[in-house]
Ligand binder design. Sequence first.
Ligand code: PLP
Length: 423
Amino acid sequence: MTVAPHFQFHHRTLHAEQVPLTELAEQFGTPLYVYSRHALRDAWESYRIAGQGRKLLVCYGMKANSNLAVLQEFAQLGTGFDIVSGGELARVLAAGGDPSKVVFSGVGKQVWEIEAALQAGVKCFNVESEGELERIAEIAARMGKRAPISLRVNPDVDAHTHPYISTGLKDNKFGVPIEHAPAIYARAQQLESLLITGVDCHIGSQITEISPYLDALDKLIKLIKQLQAQGVQLEHLDLGGGLGIRYTDETPATPSDLLSHVFVALDEHQLGHLEIVLEPGRSMVGNAGVLLTRVEYLKHGDGKNFAIIDAAMNDLIRPTLYDAWHSVEAVEPRPVNPDTPVYDLVGPICESGDWIARDRQLALAPDDLLAIMSAGAYAFTMSSQYNTRPRAAEVMVDGSTVHLIRPREELASLFASERLLPK
Ligand SMILES: *Cc1c(COP(=O)(O)O)cnc(C)c1O
């Protein structure tokens, strides 16, 4: 068994759904991102079922994986989207997503981005500062529109996750301190070009327990009561994203675990009428993808062995950026015994930080295929062309059908828009 239900061994070969990864490597080359369409559907289904009978809007946190085919699949299933840039809005529209189900987060919204979002008719701006509130009000007034807004509050709770992906503590750059919220809502009440519709928070990522959410919810409920007293009636409560996935042996809380507690707490406080918005990213796509790579060389040294693979930190930066652990599976495993070497899996890039996995006992030979597991989220979207390496191709497997959803970049395209100086 691997960590990802739709990537399993059949006849000793690792498959994506019904397709052997060996065939995909043959057809499309490596490094290659391989996604499972059924894994996307299952992830959506677990949220849908958790919200049955209640008002729940799932706004997929699309920065986790924004390939148009992934967005299209989710849009067809009925999700909205959490965007963090005008570029992401353009992707939603290109994929056929519904702008009225889009929430717009991010601390640095530029004028053109706010204009584009108003033009498209997004559900809500998740406002992250007083300066942004004033800017949105001005632009909406100029455009003769009313901008729907929610204030992103920082509830100052510890999500017990990596500091780079923890966002709900008071020294993070995100949101406004929750104690300031009543005054900022009061200001918003005075601005006629604004329509107050909700409140939101997003406390971090790869959160495996629900207690940090419930701590945040407690504080938000108190705030909502205070706002009611001040004449602000909200329509929705957005608890952000952040649910974790299994990378190794985690047993993350499920959407049902989370939502059942949320609904009880809201009912207890006579807030059952509020629409709940969630912004899951990682838990929608993380285990729906693997990064398929080939071993180029093996270097056996004193004390350290390196497997040099054709995927690198430009393809998958999470290990070196967050010290993230990805499980690694040999696509056609050889028998492992106590003498089997332990390898660091490293890429060809000229940086010591270019590593994908460390200290893995694997029986390897050059040309072997490896699958870097749980590479559906914050993987391709964080990739770059560093060292003038074309970004990897992406394919979507659906049963025994394979769709190429992004061809491998052509070398010439990497510098096609650059210009030589005049002679
Ligand atoms: C990144 C992000 C998300 C998605 O987070 P996950 O941990 O991937 O679920 C949701 N909301 C906001 C505001 C984000 O920045």
